[in-house]
Design a protein around this ligand. Structure first.
Ligand code: NAD
Length: 360
């Protein structure tokens, strides 16, 4: 089978980690008889330098017409660039918002998996971690506070800024359906997180998730306030299977979930919409501090590609092959600098990519 993948190397470590991920995908193609064709587009700082905008319409069209999109990372001032003196809508991160909106990607899925080999990297106590944990944070991506109307003004000499948080029932319904679908492939437990004791948008969120739940009687739905969830993630992360939440809460909670796994360089992510076309990228940023030094951990991007195989291409066996290759390389003791510990073998970005490919 032939799959057309739009590739966005982006800025900072993006090109390095994407190159290793292509290596792994090519190996999967060879082993399982698939052909992955890549079309590179510019996004973020490199696009600003070349075109003046963080994402051109042509680049977005290329992504839209492909089977799936693989992104490294964007942003961070690299070298002599000064992308952050530009107005917000022309900065690198605006490209990310534009592609999510342009591809109608309203659901972000971030797995938080603690690999037994990396238990020591978690800041949590051994008795809290137990045998490790494995949950996903599903965050609404295209609505809420980050997309609502905003305004800054001076009234009677006082500077005032306003942001609005709006959700309609359809926006909540479509992500809730995704959450139930994913939960059915997991341990069938959803914890929907909101601030229903204060916010109207959260009270609607709760009502609509309850309504959707009626179609999935085999999945258990519970609700938790966001402040409690922030505490529960460090107190007892093993209680969670699928955490479902709105945009800003999800932004914060998914970063907290990243931290308790110990390494940002290990965390994959997928953004999905109504079709099979998804955007797959590591949870971390462009790490300008280590860019171009063969130090970046490519595993988050490689595991994101595994999610692409699973969700966009329905290639479950191939996805598992990537995941088990990562596990066995970790078991053999190979580590990039971010996950290095005593007695392990330190490798660079390229060597990690080679090791994982050779396990497939
Ligand atoms: P970051 O994730 O880029 O880096 C935080 C720290 O983690 C750094 O010390 C970095 O070296 C390290 N790190 C991150 N990924 C790593 C990897 N794969 N291997 C080894 N170490 C790794 O976060 P930041 O420094 O806050 O952001 C840098 C830029 O990236 C900012 O401009 C930010 O807006 C942007 N960003 C982009 C995305 C994206 O492309 N989706 C996401 C988050 C941040």
């Amino acid at each position: 089978m032939n799959y057309n993948i739009t590739v966005i190397p982006g800025d900072g470590i993006g090109p390095e980690i994407v190159a290793e991920t292509r290596k792994v995908l090519n190996q999967i193609g060879e082993k399982f008889g698939h052909n992955f064709t890549y079309t590179e587009i510019l996004m973020g700082g490199v696009s600003i330098d070349a075109t003046g905008v963080p994402l051109t319409k042509e680049a977005l069209d290329t992504a839209r017409n492909s089977d799936s999109v693989l992104l490294g990372a964007i942003g961070g001032n690299v070298g002599k660039s000064d992308w952050y003196s530009l107005p917000p809508h022309l900065r690198p991160e605006a490209g990310l918002l534009a592609i999510r909106k342009g591809l109608n990607l309203f659901t972000n899925i971030r797995p938080a998996v603690l690999f037994p080999e990396l238990k020591d990297a978690s800041p949590l106590r051994e008795d809290i971690i137990g045998d490790g944990f494995d949950f996903v944070v599903m965050r609404e991506l295209t609505g809420g506070l980050y997309f609502g109307e905003r305004n800054t003004m001076i009234e009677n000499g006082i500077r005032t800024a306003t942001d609005t948080l709006t959700y309609d029932e359809n926006e909540i319904k479509r992500i809730a359906k995704w959450a139930f679908t994913i939960a059915r492939k997991r341990r069938r437990k959803i914890c929907s997180v909101d601030k229903a004791n204060v916010l109207d948008s959260s009270r609607l969120w709760r009502q609509v998730t309850e309504e959707v739940a009626k179609d999935y009687p085999d999945v258990e739905l519970s609700h938790m306030l966001v402040d409690n969830c922030a505490m529960q993630l460090v107190k007892d992360p093993r209680q969670f299977d699928v955490i479902l939440t709105e945009n800003m809460f999800g932004d914060i909670l998914s970063d907290e979930a990243s931290m308790i796994t110990g390494s940002i360089g290990m965390l994959a992510s997928a953004s999905l919409g109504d079709t099979k076309l998804g955007l797959y990228e590591p949870s971390h940023g462009s790490a300008p501090d280590i860019a171009g030094q063969n130090k970046a951990n490519p595993i988050a991007t490689i595991l994101s590609a595994a999610m692409m195989l699973r969700y966009s291409f329905d290639l479950e066996r191939e996805a598992e092959a990537v995941e088990s290759a990562v596990k066995s390389v970790l078991k053999k003791g190979y580590r990039t600098i971010d996950i290095m510990s005593k007695g392990m073998t330190l490798v660079g970005t390229k060597e990690m990519g080679d090791q994982i490919s050779s396990e497939i």
